[in-house]
Design a protein around this ligand. Structure first.
Ligand code: SF4
Length: 287
């Protein structure tokens, strides 16, 4: 069965429910669980996300290779200074970097949708928690809606950097986050899909080029920018701005762009930033 935005929107309109309600019911039914039991599992997922988004904020955390790390604590420290983004967004950027660093240090993260892009959704959700003063339970609709977006991309296209470049990983994570945020901020199901479309369109064509094949650089940077992408996309959708192209077509376009990408730009560490002279020196030093 195609799991499309069109299908989800029809269900939401017919039943007059949110994307999160629709997806919670669907997942509970498919897993033969009650909604309450599923909520419990999702709360555990949120706890892991919170832990990873906070772990590297005060304590500099370095990757196993030693190539990257310590940036989350720099951003966290910097957030109260004279920043362009302001304390809230800079603090959220620090949380995105924190999860990326925890991942690179082989710590526990939630792949949402992948380990490489795992910093974006936790930073988005815990940013919303801070901004809206939500409880963990009140964050669940954001997580469910993000899950619905991730499922559409995974089923109808790809969430793998090796298949579709970083647009498929960090782009999908930003789209999931943008939709989740839009719902948490009171947006309609239609607005959630506009937000998801914006986030994916913003990074269409983004290549996957991790230095030495380690999920470290430029991955952590793309988690930080992916988080800001999600914020911009959600705010635009909540303002009533609409995507001319519907989400299903954006996903299809992303899939086609990924297929057209040369192998060197799909996580092979043979192109892009990974092929620069400095990256090659790093590769020799850290491999
Ligand atoms: S650059 Fe490649 S490995 Fe790194 S996050 Fe993006 S898709 Fe994943």
């Amino acid at each position: 069965m195609h799991f499309s935005a069109e299908h989800v929107l029809k269900e939401c309109r017919d039943k007059e429910i949110s994307i999160s309600s629709f997806f919670r019911d669907l997942e509970a039914e498919q897993a033969s669980m009650t909604g309450e039991a599923l909520d419990e599992q999702m709360l555990q997922i949120l706890s892991v996300m919170q832990e990873s988004a906070e772990r590297a904020l005060e304590k500099p955390t370095y990757s196993l290779s030693g190539m990257t790390g310590g940036d989350a604590s720099k951003a966290w420290e910097h957030r109260r200074k004279n920043t362009l983004l302001g304390e809230f967004v800079m603090g959220s950027v620090a949380r995105a970097l924190s999860t990326s660093e925890v991942n690179a240090s082989m710590g526990k993260i939630v792949a949402a949708p992948t380990a490489g892009a795992s910093g974006i959704l936790p930073a988005a959700l815990f940013g919303a928690k801070e901004r809206l003063q939500l409880t963990m339970e009140e964050l669940l609709p954001g997580l469910y809606t993000a899950g619905a977006i991730g499922k559409i991309v995974a089923q109808e296209a790809t969430i793998s950097g090796a298949d579709g470049g970083c647009q498929a990983e960090c782009g999908t994570a930003a789209a999931m986050s943008a939709a989740g945020l839009t719902e948490l901020f009171g947006g309609t199901p239609e607005a959630c899909f506009h937000a998801a479309s914006f986030a994916l369109i913003h990074v269409l064509g983004l290549v996957s080029d991790p230095i030495a094949g380690f999920v470290e650089f430029p991955c952590s940077l793309r988690n930080a920018s992916g988080l800001v992408n999600a914020f911009v996309s959600a705010d635009m959708a909540c303002a009533g701005i609409e995507s001319l192209v519907p989400f299903d077509e954006v996903v299809e376009a992303m899939h086609k762009v990924g297929k057209a990408m040369p192998e060197a730009l799909r996580e092979t560490a043979l192109g892009g930033i990974a092929a620069t002279p400095t990256a090659k020196k790093c590769e020799k030093k850290f491999l």
